[in-house]
Write a protein that binds this ligand. Structure first.
Ligand SMILES: N[C@@H](CCC(=O)N[C@@H](CS)C(=O)NCC(=O)O)C(=O)O
Length: 325
């Protein structure tokens, strides 16, 4: 099985993401294998990674900081072991070396790979973040961000600081699922399909799908504040993590330059709107984001040069409140 996203290639030269492996669920039911318990679980992330960042976003905006602690790895992939060539996420050796990156406070691991090896002796998948870790059973609960955010939304409400916020309300669930579907294919995973394609045709197909989906978002957001109406939902958080990386990274590194985010008035203002939800800005570490992408994919950017611009200020005023009056 592929050990890194850089190897996930079909015969046609298209990027094909493999599925996550650990799919357990934390539940409010006290009899479950992974019951809700304050302090029991740890979220391992990289600030660079959009999938991990959506979990961190939930942790912050649902007010789960007291219940679930988290650690970010260093932004640039390094050798994870001396005995082979694998490059991946590693922890900082001290908290002072790289702001935002810390040593592993739970297991003392040197790499994310080590966590997977602690959890399973025959794991053969990729060593991805996010990892939701159970300190009690010393294992990975789940490494699939789309499932982790659902748990954070609904299962921890007895101990969440912001239990009233429901990002997956029952009356919008089918609309959210349908929206997630085309946004995942066209945009969230779409930018990777553009960037990791090894042949012209799959690149062009991915670009076309990406811009059709972005145009569709622009159209929806010209009429309403959020993707599914007048309340923020899971679909918005999932879209945001890609949009916030778009002009700073994907436009250049993944060749998504047909149109920039800041050329879409509604999408651009919308990105600022989501960024300004209390707690969200702390989940965006642009230094880690830029260092990671430009520094960890030598086949795409062999010299690891990090472009200087464009340094967009997403905390500047936006016009989205016009829809909520
Ligand atoms: N399905 C996973 C995907 C996570 C993922 O692809 N993470 C990337 C970082 S953005 C990773 O850790 N890649 C490590 C590698 O490719 O070796 C999720 O959404 O949780």
């Amino acid at each position: 099985m592929a050990r890194s996203a850089l190897d996930e290639m079909s015969a046609t030269g298209a990027f094909e993401r493999t599925a996550s492996t650990f799919r357990n669920i934390i539940s409010r039911d006290p009899g479950s294998r992974f019951p809700v318990e304050s302090g029991r679980y740890h979220l391992y992330i990289s600030y660079a990674c959009p999938w991990a960042s959506r979990c961190l976003a939930y942790l912050k905006i649902k007010g789960l900081d007291q219940a679930i602690d988290f650690t970010s790895v260093k932004p640039i992939w390094e050798r994870t072991k001396d005995i082979d060539e694998h490059m991946g996420w590693v922890f900082a050796s001290s908290s002072t070396k790289e702001p935002g990156a810390d040593p592993d406070p739970v297991n003392g691991a040197k790499s994310i790979r080590e966590l997977y090896e602690l959890a399973s002796t025959n794991y053969s998948g990729k060593y991805t973040v996010p990892v939701l870790w159970d300190k009690k059973l010393k294992t990975v609960v789940n490494n699939e961000s789309s499932e982790i955010i659902r748990m954070f939304n609904s299962e921890f409400n007895d101990i969440a600081g912001n239990a009233a916020l429901d990002l997956y309300p029952s009356h919008l669930q089918s609309q959210i699922n349908e929206t997630n579907d085309w946004i995942y294919n066209g945009i969230n995973n779409g930018v990777y399909r553009c960037g990791f394609a090894k042949k012209q045709k799959p690149y062009e197909e991915a670009v076309q799908e990406l811009y059709e989906a972005l145009d569709k978002c622009e159209e929806i957001l010209s009429k309403q504040r959020y993707l599914c109406g007048d309340q923020v939902t899971e679909a918005d958080i999932r879209l945001f993590v890609t949009l916030i990386r778009f002009d700073e990274v994907y436009a250049v590194h993944f060749k998504c330059n047909k149109k920039l985010l800041r050329e879409y008035p509604n999408l651009f203002n919308y990105t600022k709107d989501i960024f300004q939800i209390p707690g969200m800005s702390s989940t965006v570490n642009m230094e880690h984001i830029k260092k990671h992408y430009y520094g960890s994919h030598p086949t795409i950017n062999p010299f690891g040069i990090i472009p200087q611009g464009p340094n967009i200020d997403y905390s500047s005023p936006h016009d989205r409140e016009k829809f909520s009056k």
